[in-house]
Design a protein around this ligand. Structure first.
Ligand SMILES: [Zn+2]
Length: 205
């Protein structure tokens, strides 16, 4: 039987969020027995927890999340163990792997060991050169194990290069995932927006 691994963060009050983003609020709007049903209001940023980015995130007239290709949400996936690569993922770390056109590539880094308990500014990120390499390889989707692909508080082209050339998943929980090949399924909410939370699973046959 296929093994399914949930690599999504749970969206809940008190969870971590990127500095400057809105805090996560989930409130009861209707409650049993006072009301006939339980129903809540969800209040949080479009880049909360496990989510995708789209062009609109970084460009005024960029593409919205609902326009991203469905085939970038599903398919053959390679999880790379880069937990020993340090704080910056460089091109040389990726060159060791056989990355092919239309691959979905997930980077498991030091972040996975430290988890998502509180926001760390020194999270492991992707270098510009590594982002260009991923684009050159024509992979269709990249996924990272922290809330951003690029270095904290630094102006560079990492977001731009990745978003322009592939679908970007951030905030994956890869702590229980070993290096190897899987089937990836990550479905973001269909919202016309700059980002959208997603439920993401890996399937191992
Ligand atoms: Zn984002």
């Amino acid at each position: 039987m296929a093994k399914i691994i949930d690599i999504s963060m749970e969206i809940k009050e008190g969870m971590i969020f990127y500095p400057g983003d809105p805090e996560i609020k989930i409130k009861k709007y209707l409650s049993i027995p006072k009301d006939p049903v339980n129903l809540s209001t969800l209040n949080f940023g479009s880049h909360t927890g496990t989510h995708i980015d789209s062009g609109l995130h970084i460009k005024k007239k960029g593409r919205s999340t609902s326009k991203l290709p469905l085939n970038s949400f599903y398919g053959k996936c390679k999880v790379l163990d880069l937990t020993k690569a340090g704080k910056e993922i460089k091109k040389q770390h990726l060159e060791k792997y056989n990355l092919e056109k239309d691959d979905i590539v997930l980077l498991k880094t030091q972040n996975s060991k430290k988890q998502y308990n509180k926001f760390r500014k020194d999270f492991t990120h992707i270098s510009e050169e590594a982002a260009e390499y991923l684009a050159e390889k024509k992979i269709k989707t990249i996924g990272v194990d922290y809330l951003s692909v690029s270095k904290f508080n630094t102006k560079n082209k990492v977001h731009e290069i990745l978003i322009k050339n592939m679908t970007v998943f951030e905030g994956l929980n890869l702590s229980k995932v070993k290096q190897g090949e899987y089937i990836f399924a990550g479905l973001p909410l269909k919202i016309n927006c700059d980002g959208a939370p997603a439920r993401v699973i890996l399937i191992k046959n």
